[in-house]
Design a protein around this ligand. Structure first.
Ligand code: SF4
Length: 376
């Protein structure tokens, strides 16, 4: 109750936003899980049986993917029945091994040598060797709390900040936990990670918001935490979307609401400012898949002097390819981290965006018919 009064005082839009029919329609799945009217997808995955033990050592990755494909079809049937109100998953038996187990088994195979993200840096993480993202075999959590500053439909958001990141953004606002002290957070077991999620949900979180840094390097551990999670809560993936196709497929039937960043409209800006290759192809591939798999709010941070090279092509791509997405056009860019330290080296982004630049971003979105106002 306490959280509800805080919500009314601090973010009245968190309640009023649901009277907008477009928001209600585009986030309908998330809304029904948030209100406990439907079970989160990870709970359905836990009830989807597979015939063999996916943790058997002799199973190769290709065998596991075959098992995944078959289980995915069964999961889809369950999900459709749940959506139509024809199936209550409590009535299903708890299988010995489930679709979730298959996902966990695959994710642990992808981690050594690591190819969870498109860097595919090959770190032997289960042997304790950190990758480019600075994460090894440990779950590193820097903080968790009810975030009141996220988009209106999401707050209070039960946010978990993981250490490390596969991007090297020169302007990172979380550089402390993503780069500098990435490995200094608290080391947790999957069960403790599940307990945090229970704690956040029981105290009013509308969702569990996996963020960092970046959650992708923690994917196997997050999936494993769901084995111990027995409360219904929407799972939210707050990410740069640079995961490998395999990681994306593992997430597709698990995430209830996606919160991806689309930062750059071309690969040159992505390389210069975040040191990632093929950004545009990878991020758009994954965001398109996320859009087709479920509810989504795409974030775009407007950067000074990047309207034509980034903001415009991004908004045009969204309008063409992900028409159901709500879009948060973010105006809070400020020079941080290396940009603050070496402003001459990054002179194009060494200031905040002007009011005119933000208004121009809004104007482009309006011209394209993008729905941004309820979440910006
Ligand atoms: S998640 Fe980390 S360790 Fe794995 S490929 Fe990406 S950067 Fe390398």
């Amino acid at each position: 109750m306490e959280w509800f009064i805080t919500l009314l005082n601090v973010r009245p839009d968190a309640l009023s936003v649901w009277s907008n029919p477009v928001v209600r329609e585009r986030l309908s799945w998330y809304y029904s899980v948030m209100r406990n009217e439907k079970p989160a997808k990870f709970l359905i995955a836990k009830k989807t049986p597979v015939e063999i033990n996916p943790y058997l050592q002799e199973l190769e990755l290709k065998d596991l993917w075959r098992l995944h494909e078959k289980a995915s079809q069964r999961f889809t049937e369950y999900l459709r029945s749940v959506k139509r109100g024809e199936l209550s998953i409590e009535k299903l038996e708890d299988p010995k091994y489930s679709y979730l187990d298959v996902k966990i088994a695959i994710a642990y195979k992808l981690i050594t040598p690591c190819r969870l993200c498109e860097r595919a840096c090959g770190a032997l993480r289960l042997k304790g060797k950190p990758g480019v993202c600075l994460v090894d075999r440990d779950i590193i959590v820097h903080s968790f709390f009810h975030h009141m500053g996220e988009e209106a439909p999401l707050v209070p958001s039960g946010t978990i900040f993981y250490g490390g990141c596969n991007f090297k953004c020169v302007f990172c606002q979380n550089y402390d936990i993503s780069q500098v002290r990435a490995r200094e957070g608290e080391k947790l077991s999957p069960k403790e990670l599940a307990n945090i999620q229970v704690h956040l949900r029981r105290r009013g979180a509308r969702n569990i918001n996996h963020v960092g840094g970046e959650p992708t390097p923690h994917l196997p551990f997050i999936l494993e935490s769901f084995k111990y999670l027995d409360v219904n809560v929407p799972q939210l993936w707050n990410s740069n979307m640079y995961m490998s196709l395999e990681s994306m497929i593992l997430l597709e039937d698990i995430i209830d609401i996606w919160l991806p960043d689309l930062k750059y409209g071309n690969n040159n800006c992505a390389w210069r400012l975040s040191k990632v290759r093929n950004y545009w192809e990878v991020a758009t591939r994954n965001i398109k898949r996320a859009h087709d798999a479920g509810d989504i709010i795409i974030r775009h941070l407007v950067m000074p002097n990047h309207l034509e090279c980034c903001t415009r092509p991004i908004l045009e791509w969204i309008a063409r390819n992900t028409p159901r997405a709500l879009v948060n056009i973010m105006d809070q860019y400020r020079p941080e981290h290396l940009v603050a330290k070496y402003p001459k080296m990054y002179s194009d982004i060494a200031r905040r965006p002007t009011r005119n630049e933000i208004l121009e971003a809004y104007r482009i979105a309006e011209e394209l018919g993008i729905v941004y106002e309820p979440v910006s």
